[in-house]
Design a protein around this ligand. Sequence first.
Ligand SMILES: [Zn+2]
Length: 416
Amino acid sequence: MKVRKVKWNRIFLTGGVFLVLLLGILFLVTLFPKERAITLKDLTGMTKSEVEEYGKIEGLQITFIESYDKTVEKDKVISYTPSMDSKLRKGDTVTVTISLGEVPKEVYAKNNVNELGKVPIMMYHGIIDMASNETKYTGGNVDKDGYNRTAEAFREDLEFYYQSGYRMVRLIDYVHGNIDVPLGKSPIVLTFDDGRDDNFKVLGRNEDGSLQIDPNCAVGILEELKEKYPDFQVTATFFVNSGLFQQKEYNEEILKWLVDHGYDVGNHTTTHPDFTKISESEATTAVGKVYQQLDAIIPGKYVPIVALPYGSPYKKSHVNFSHIMHGEIDGYTYQTEAALRVGWDSEVSPFSKNFDPTFLKRVRAYDNDGEEFDIAMVFTSLEKTRYISDGDPDTIVVPEGMEDSVKDTTLEVITY
Ligand SMILES: [Zn+2]
């Protein structure tokens, strides 16, 4: 009996140890699977060193970007990608933007921030698919007065704007004083008149049914920049007449495509009349009918801005000017927020006391050996006068002594 009892104990003991070992191994296997998924936690409110520590523990690569932000305490997380709860693996990268706090005044001085500086509103018409040396005229001018520009010159213009520190803003945002460009950069506005087919040329349809856009038309060239310079904020406003973009089959789709892809569409009147040569009722029709047309195709998505054909009338006191700004046709009423003239120089800041959105000047995008307000001349003079952003759309930063020239505003005005 004694021997037998000992035997059983041994068996139980060996079995028990084996079982514990087995459970232990199973436990470890569950705890450390080969490809353990990491659920990214919420990094909001963490400090830079806390994020670093978290990255080390989880085996994540953390890339830090630093940015001024007065709404987030210095050294704390402003934002991060990918978002919270993303499933990551060891070695994956998380990009975290850390606040540098409020912009110190010496940074304004170093960047020559001046939000009362001038803004160029560029006026383009046609973009012709040809090289600049194929034209008979100066630079990228396709015609004598340079109203049409070669595709080559247009590409060079855009490269020049980008390299010179200009970033695009929507015309309507400029009109509203909503200027969101990074610290040290300057806003620029692009406009196209006449709804030409070379502004948005459809070649046919892609296999998925979407519009196949000519890569050498204005929008084709602009789209190529979205990929090349993600921070260029590519946009433009296209001013159309009744013929829209002269492509009957695609016109309505083009308008929808534009407003869905960050571009704007405005009013260039039905038949492009000179407002000083038509009656008051004709003026109302010329403006009102285009608004009605846009309202039918892209309701609420066009901009209530008129580009004045020939830049006429040259004075706001002209009797037809009020019909450009507001009117009524058969019960349909319209209200215009801004009107654009033709040529010649940059405009004042939307925060200036002199800002008048109903009579805005534009820069003719043409070449003339640096004279008569061509691109080279205007941008040379802008070097000393241009709007330079503080990077915060909610504040107006100007050098000390200029604050009296800021118009009445709800935004905070900061001097340095
Ligand atoms: Zn025109």
